[in-house]
Design a protein. Sequence first.
Length: 276
Amino acid sequence: MLSKIDIEKYIGKGIYIVPFTRDNIKENSINLKLSDKAWTLNPSKNGTRQYNHASLACNKNIITLVPHTTTVVYTEEVIALNSKFGGTLHAKVGVVAKGIVFSSTMIGPLYCGHLMVLLQNPTDNPISLNVGDTFISLALYKLRTKLRHETVNSNSGGHVEKLADLGIRPGNGIMKWLDEDWKKDIVKIKEKFAQESEYQEIKRKQNQKKLIIAIAIAIVMALAIGFLVYIIMCKFYSRQNIIAKLVSFTSSIVAFVSTILFEKIFDQIFSRLFNK
């Protein structure tokens, strides 16, 4: 299971979420928001598993879970995982505390799309959920061995092929929202994710950290090289000559390293200005 540190490490490197909210990354999961796409299922009463026409469950950004029924909802976010990652969905404690029943499900590697979630209300009273609130948590795992041959997940994004079986007949607008081309392509999702401002902030801080580490390593290397040169020169020169030559040599090393580091700093500055 990935921790918060792991998730921030791999986000943008095999894990993509659009739209992305950094505050939704918790200790060992990512909270996902509720969209306004929701239907109350209407099971057939003839003893089969067939469903009659489902009814819309969202009104004025409030989703109502009718007593003793199942409601199909979708996440606001589009999720994409590469061949190295998988995940499981879990209901938040606040959602369960309302009396909602949710069975944990899995997300396989190479999945792309919105997530379909089934929420059950076994109580005698209606339960309301606000559109835009977080309601489930996605726990992520890194596979010990990544998939090598598969190029797509066997499940379609948003499980749109299951809607008809559940008696759900979404209009053209909803189907377009669920089935947009970019939501089925991890490369296109990655491109959209790269434009997310909160991801760019994470990336900027990661680059700053890398730069500080590079500077520290460069300083240690310069000192180590200088010390090694000092030991070697002790055999051939007087102390005064050694100090003069060592200062000159160290200055050259520092100047060389500084040039490289400043180039990286300016590249980052120009990249940020260009992205803005």
